[in-house]
Write a protein that binds this ligand. Sequence first.
Ligand code: ZN
Length: 488
Amino acid sequence: MNRETKIYNTLTRKKEIFKPIVKNHVGMYVCGPTVYGDPHLGHARPGITFDVVFRYLKHLDYTVRYVRNITDAGHLENDADEGEDKIAKKARLEQLEPMEIVQFYTLSYHKAMKDLNCLPPSIEPRATGHIIEQIEMVQKILKKGFAYEVNGSVYLDVNKYNESFPYGILSGRNLEDTLEGTRELDSQSEKKSAVDFAIWKKASPEHIMRWPSPWGEGFPGWHMECSAMSEKYLGKTFDIHGGGMDLMFPHHEAEIAQSNACNNCNPVNYWMHNNMITVDGKKMGKSLNNFINLEEFFTGNHEKLERAYSPMTIRFFILQAHYRSTIDFSNESLQAAEKGFTKLMNAFETIKTLKASNKSTCDIKKLKKDCYAAMDDDFNTPILISHLFSGVRIVNSIKDGKESLNDSDLEMIKSIFKTFVTDILGLVSDKNSDGNDLTSELMDLVLKLRTNAKKNKDFDTADLIREELQKSGIQIKDSREGTNWEIK
Ligand code: ZN
């Protein structure tokens, strides 16, 4: 399917028609989590944003290789070149082996992504599994003269780099701006300039996670893993690089510099950044006591939460905003999202029971065109959702006998819901979050048994089925056309 799909490119600051390097194939790299704590909203947003990009491009018949890394070494506490490794610190505090921390939080991240119905990426490489590739890249950068070694650490020489390539093209900062925002070098510093960053760090005696290198025992700089792993799996230049806006500087800027310095070419054609999340209007932070992890949302077990919110409510809520806008989480907005989501899913169930008429009184072709146009406009999920709600209104009017659809239009609206709700937005009924139609199939079976019971004048059984379903929150309604059910 050849469509003109536009992507907002952070690098050029405009929407561009998406053209992959290799026809029909897309390489996409997204920065994944540093696995040292429970998954939270800050993980849910990029997870869901790029899941929808992945799903839509696949729907358009591209073969997509989606690479999302796991950072399990080299991410220091203060994101600069000092402080303790985040994973090693957690390991020290909990008296565990760093790889126990990595394993534990990788599994909880995977569980959270599965709960949110995010498809697994094609490849999920780990920093510690690619130390050799990172050392090789550091060696190449040194050879090209864009880095220098001091006391077992290697730094990228940003001033030198800036003579050949513009440093700061992604974030729109120039070198002077960057210098102003950087702390002055103290007399102890080994760096030539405060803007230089470590691509390999010497391990101090107490540093646990360490590997041998040509410069002695050490560990890679945090930015290095994404450059090395994206090149390994997607090539020197690939199509899409995604991540949260907070990673744009210094992380992504550093990735661009490392790749240019190593390969003399820009690593990425389209940079995509999702915006940030606030809770009750404030940035999330442990000290503000508004740091709510995903499991707490799912169980309601946090003092800021009035009750539990299902993974699909969180997913729907995130998709109600465009990925480049900020979102604010509050109990009210989540409850509103939950209502909207239930309405959408109920209409989806109702469609299955609708009967075709001789003529159509609604324009379903336009609805389909509008849905695609929304996704082709930089993955505009809120606009898509508003079109789907036009679909909900049509479905409910047909149910009430106010509108009608002929056979082919009825098939079309069914396929619109299946394509956009399930396949592209990845929304499934909460009782069915494994993504298949098991609930529907079971309900069809239960309703068939009830109809048979009624035919056999076994009204006790028919009533029992109705009452028991009601206890589970499922309401059934009999009408001339048959029996409908919905989750209340
Ligand atoms: Zn990264």
